[in-house]
Design a protein. Structure first.
Length: 270
């Protein structure tokens, strides 16, 4: 009888050891390394991305959504590469490009690294001269051009979310971008709105010259408002173009020469 009890106790202890061993093994999960994805080059719809390859990578997978909402998947067993070209990208859409790195070939085994890049190829943007009415000059004759005026209009980009493709300035889209990035890179990201900046120059080579460049900022705070950089007191509401759904639009007005005073705004940003 004593031998039976000892045997039962031994079996119970052994069973507990085996269960604990299995549970312990199940809880050993290595966190995937957060990998930064960089833009190497973009031209004519072809994007080249680059990354720092995690040690031990033997295969990788790239996924992203298209403007129609479908998911594209690219798989490769070239674990030693650190660049890839993605073709056929379209303007006015923010692509959610995710790269996962696997320890084994054929996208199997443990995911040892992952990275996410939101990429907007280009925004459809148009600047055109606004129509001006001629004004009669005292003493005879007419003048036109003393109130130079430009119209700016551009497309609101879209992005894929779990709820489908949405305008990128909607709260669901902003939260989706923030949450997806935070899952990989940490929760200290502060993304609250989608804003725009229009640089203005008579020399195209200066358009990206930095904060000293003349620009118009369009920021969101319950609605879009535009102001010339350095002149935050003069603002203008920016609304969707009623004649072109999905586009934002506003006018900017200038002076006829350097010595002339600015004309009245007349529903335009001075």
């Amino acid at each position: 009888m004593k031998n039976t009890k000892k045997l039962l106790v031994a079996i119970i202890i052994l069973s507990l050891l085996l269960v604990n061993s299995v549970l312990f093994k199940m809880n050993i999960v290595h966190a995937a390394e957060a990998v930064n994805i960089y833009v190497e080059d973009y031209s004519d719809g072809v994007l080249t991305i680059r990354w720092t390859r995690p040690d031990g990578t033997n295969s990788f997978k790239i996924t992203y959504h298209t403007p129609s909402g479908t998911e594209e998947t690219i798989e490769s067993n070239e674990g030693n590469v650190n660049t890839y070209k993605i073709e056929g990208l379209q303007n006015d859409f923010i692509y959610d490009i995710k790269v996962e790195f696997y320890e084994s070939s054929n996208q199997s085994g443990e995911i040892i690294g992952e990275g996410l890049l939101y990429f907007l190829p280009r925004i459809s943007f148009y600047a055109s001269r606004a129509n001006q009415e001629k004004e009669e000059i005292p003493g005879g004759g007419y003048q036109i051009g003393h109130k130079p005026r430009l119209n700016f209009e551009w497309a609101m980009p879209k992005v894929w979310t779990s709820g489908g493709v949405k305008k990128a300035n909607e709260s669901d889209a902003i939260n989706s971008i923030k949450n997806n990035l935070s899952l990989i890179y940490g929760s200290d990201l502060n993304i609250s709105s989608l804003n725009f900046k229009i640089n203005i120059s008579t020399d195209s080579s200066n358009l990206n010259s930095g904060p000293s460049q003349a620009s118009v900022n369009i920021n969101y705070n319950g609605g879009y408002r535009a102001h010339v950089a350095g002149s935050e007191d003069d603002t203008l509401n920016v609304d969707e173009d009623p004649g072109k759904p999905g586009f934002l639009s506003f006018d900017i007005i200038g002076r006829s020469d350097l010595t002339a005073p600015l004309p009245e705004a007349e529903d335009a940003l001075p």
